[in-house]
Design a protein around this ligand. Structure first.
Ligand code: PFF
Length: 440
C-alpha cells in the first residue's frame, strides 16, 4: 500500500491536471487522446513494470542498479548511463515544474480572497498575466515551492508525506468530481466530450504523436528511473503487475476527468482550447467564480493541486539526491540544498519565458516550450526505450519471470512481448515519424 501511494503520489501531479488538458488542446483533441491512451497502456505500463522489476532486483539507486545488473546479466556496466540520464531529465523537468507549481500556490490566496468571484474570462485572464507576466512574482512563488521541496527531501520525511497522500489524493479526486458536476451543468459538456473523444486522425502530425508518447511517460513518471528508485524498496511478496496497473489506471482516470472538467468550460466561455500552459489557470477559476462557495472550493483545489505537485517534485529530485549521498558522500541536507539551488537557478529560464523573454522563440516555441520538449519528448522516451531493451533483452528470461512471479503463462508472455517488441519498436517508429521519415 505504501508503495502504491508513493508511486501514485509521484505519478499524479501537474502532468494530469495542468499539462494533459493544455497539450490536448494544442494537438486538436480526440485523435491525440486516443494515441495517448494507446501509449499509456501498450508502452508506458510495460515500462513501469520493467522499472519496478529492475529496481527490486538491483535494490540500489538507479545508477548503481543499472550498472550492477548490466554486468551481472552479461551486458555492460555502461547501462548505468541510463540512470545518469534519468537524473538529468529529472533536473530539467523540476526546473519548470516548480515554476508552474508556484503559480498554483499563488492561486490559493487569489481564490481565497475572492479574486475570481463573479469573474469573466477577461478578468480571470488578467489575474493570470498579473502573476506570470511579472517576472519577480513568478520567481518568488517558484522560490517558495523549491524551498518546500528541498526541505522535505533534506529531512527525509517522505513517510509523513505518504500518510498525507492517502487522504489528500482522494480529496483532490473528489473535488475534481464536484467540478465535473459543475461542468456538466453549466459548461458545454457535449462539446467538451466531443472534443476529447471524437477522433480525426487526419489532423494528427508526427510531432503530435511524439508529444502524446512523451506525455504518457511524463504522466506516469517513467523513463526517468524514478519508479525504479522506488522499486528498490518494494517487498518481494508484492505483485509488481498488480501495483503498476493500479497506478496506471488511477493516473489515467484523473487526467481524463480533468479534461472533461476543463473543455466544457472552455467552450462555454468562448475560450480557445489551444491557449497553452495557462489553460487551467484561465478556465477553472471561471468555475470557482460562478459556483456556490467558490472561494472555498477554489482555495481547496489549488491547495490540493500544489500538494500533488509537491509529491511529484520530491520524486523528481530524490534520485539525484540519493545518488549524491551514495556516490559522492554528501549529507542528505547538503545534497538537497546544492541540487535544489541549481534547479532553482535553471528555473529562471522558465520564469522569464512568460514575461521578459516571451518574445524569444525558436524550434518548438518559447524557451519553456523547448526545455519541456527536450525533457518530455526526447529524454523520457529515450530513457524508456533503453529501459525496455534492458528489461526485455538484457535481463534473462529466468530472472524477469522470477521477479514478476506471475508464472510463465499468458500474463508473463504478454508483458514480455510488449517489452521486447511493441514498446521499443513503437518508440522508434514514433521518433522516426516525428522527424518526418514517413512523410509523403
Ligand atoms: N508524473 C508527474 C506528473 O504527471 O505531474 C511528473 C513527474 C514526476 C515526472 C516525477 C517524472 C517524475 F519522476
Amino acid at each position: 500500500m505504501a508503495f502504491i501511494l508513493a508511486v501514485s503520489g509521484s505519478a499524479i501531479g501537474l502532468g494530469n491536471i495542468w499539462k494533459f488538458p493544455y497539450i490536448t488542446g494544442q494537438n486538436g483533441g480526440g485523435a491525440f487522446v486516443i494515441v495517448y491512451l494507446c501509449c499509456v497502456f501498450l508502452i508506458g505500463l510495460p515500462i513501469m513494470i520493467s522499472e519496478i522489476l529492475i529496481g527490486r532486483r538491483g535494490r540500489r539507486n538507479p545508477v548503481t542498479t543499472m550498472g550492477l545488473l548490466g554486468e551481472e546479466e552479461g551486458g555492460h556496466k555502461y547501462w548505468q548511463l541510463v540512470g545518469v540520464m534519468g537524473i538529468f531529465a529529472g533536473f530539467i523537468i523540476l526546473s519548470f515544474y516548480s515554476v508552474i507549481a508556484g503559480w498554483s500556490l499563488s492561486y490559493i490566496l487569489r481564490a481565497a480572497s475572492g479574486a475570481f468571484t463573479g469573474g469573466d474570462a477577461t478578468q480571470i485572464g488578467g489575474v493570470f498575466t498579473a502573476i506570470t507576466g511579472v517576472w519577480w512574482r513568478s520567481a518568488a512563488w517558484h522560490t517558495l515551492f523549491m524551498l518546500m521541496t528541498v526541505l522535505v527531501v533534506a529531512r527525509g520525511v517522505q513517510r509523513g508525506l505518504e500518510q498525507a497522500v492517502r487522504i489528500l489524493m482522494p480529496a483532490l479526486f473528489l473535488l475534481l468530481i464536484v467540478l465535473l458536476g459543475y461542468s456538466a451543468v453549466s459548461g458545454q459538456f457535449a462539446a467538451g466530450f466531443d472534443y476529447m473523444f471524437r477522433a480525426d486522425f487526419s489532423a494528427l502530425s508526427g510531432n503530435s504523436v511524439l508529444i502524446a508518447l512523451g506525455h504518457s511517460f511524463f504522466t506516469l513518471s517513467v523513463g526517468i528511473c524514478a519508479v525504479m528508485a522506488y522499486g528498490a524498496y518494494l517487498p518481494q511478496s508484492t505483485s509488481i503487475t498488480g501495483t503498476a496497473s493500479t497506478v496506471v489506471i488511477a493516473d489515467t482516470v484523473v487526467s481524463l476527468v480533468a479534461g472533461l472538467v476543463i473543455f466544457p468550460i472552455v467552450f462555454a466561455n468562448g475560450l480557445a482550447p489551444d491557449a497553452g500552459p495557462g489553460l487551467i489557470f484561465r478556465t477553472l477559476p471561471l468555475a470557482f467564480g460562478n459556483m456556490p462557495a467558490g472561494a472555498f472550493f477554489g482555495a481547496l483545489f489549488f491547495i490540493l493541486l500544489s500538494f500533488a505537485a509537491w509529491t511529484s517534485a520530491i520524486g523528481l529530485i530524490e534520485p539525484a539526491v540519493a545518488w549524491a549521498v551514495e556516490r559522492r558522500g554528501l549529507t542528505r541536507a547538503t545534497a538537497a540544498a546544492v541540487i535544489g539551488l541549481f534547479v532553482w537557478a535553471f528555473g529562471f529560464a522558465t520564469v522569464l519565458s512568460f514575461n521578459e523573454l516571451a518574445h524569444v522563440r525558436f524550434l518548438r516555441g518559447t524557451i519553456f516550450d523547448n526545455i519541456d520538449y527536450l525533457a518530455s519528448n526526447i529524454l523520457l522516451p529515450l530513457g524508456g526505450l533503453l529501459i525496455t531493451i534492458f528489461a526485455g533483452w538484457v535481463i534473462c528470461r529466468n530472472a524477469s519471470a522470477d521477479e514478476l512471479d506471475v508464472g510463465t503463462g499468458l500474463l508473463y508472455r504478454a508483458w514480455r512481448f510488449l517489452t521486447r517488441y511493441v514498446a521499443p519498436v513503437g518508440v522508434i517508429l514514433i521518433f522516426l515519424h516525428a522527424i518526418g521519415v514517413f512523410a509523403p
